[in-house]
Design a protein around this ligand. Sequence first.
Ligand code: BTN
Length: 338
Amino acid sequence: MFQAEETRKLDRFIQLLLANATVFVSGEKLAEPLNVSRMTICNWVHRLREQGMVIEIKPKTGYRLTQVPDLLLPQLIKRELRTKVLGKSLYHYFQVGSTNDVAHQLAQQGVAEGALIMAEQQTHGRGRLGRDWYSEKSVGIYLSLILRPDLKPRHASIINLAAAVALSQAIENTCALTTDIRWPNDVLVNNKKCSGILTEMSADLDQIKYMVVGIGINVNHPSFPKSLEGRASSLFLEGGRRFSRIEIILALLRFFEDLYFQLQEQGSDEVLKQWIRRSSFARGKEVSVDLGDKKIHGTTMGLGKEGTLRVKLRSGLIEDVMSGDVVIWERANDRPRG
Ligand code: BTN
């Protein structure tokens, strides 16, 4: 595994290779600006070749990059990035435990708002409600954003909904697929979950210190382990072709930034409106919600001001759900018959 400092140098190394893609560059020339030895350059070349990069080696002459693999390289993202804040600093890792964990560490060290942490693979990807997130190498998007919104902690869930709206917009725009959002933030294609969001925060009683918005998108996964079959899918499986991970990320950052600015300037109305417009779960859906300690059944009645899901129970009572697992009632085993 590449360590943080080494990863950053390695990214600069790749940048140098990209900038000189048509010519052979000597190990010495590559080593000097990075302040590393020629031996380190030689080791990096071998490691990058293992990752799928095609780098020619010519003894006594140097190295030449001839083929760039489908990696989320910061230098490829940077040149297309049109945002003001989101993604302004980029961290790319080949393998991490969880990008959310890396983001927490960076946020605690004071890294500025908008930092984007991406990994090709996660060994301990985390999902909502204590679940794991399947993070196969280089076929999915595993990223975390550090935000420092000027918001009270009780408004944090709106950011969560904004991220889901942006994700749905990004997938529809870049992949031409129709999406649905299952409360609070699962983005579905053909009723199958293709992405999820895990938002975490550090806060005082009345102020958010920082938030980490972790987003996982199953992009080009050709299949899933047995345990996930029927529940998870990928854009590739639903759309019938492979998609560019970088294009999806660029669109996601653009849409999310627009909503994020709007949210802070004008409040949550627009985010709530857009979420409702994009979700078949917003109104009139018969659902079963697992709240952890109990399960409720009822019909959805829109969102509360803070992004809660309003569910009308059979008794007529309206429950405002703050956190839980939502499934369509018909699919639940406990649907009353007759
Ligand atoms: C869910 O359960 O639906 C949320 C899944 C969130 C997964 C992403 S992948 C990037 C980031 N790092 C993690 O460990 N989790 C989130």
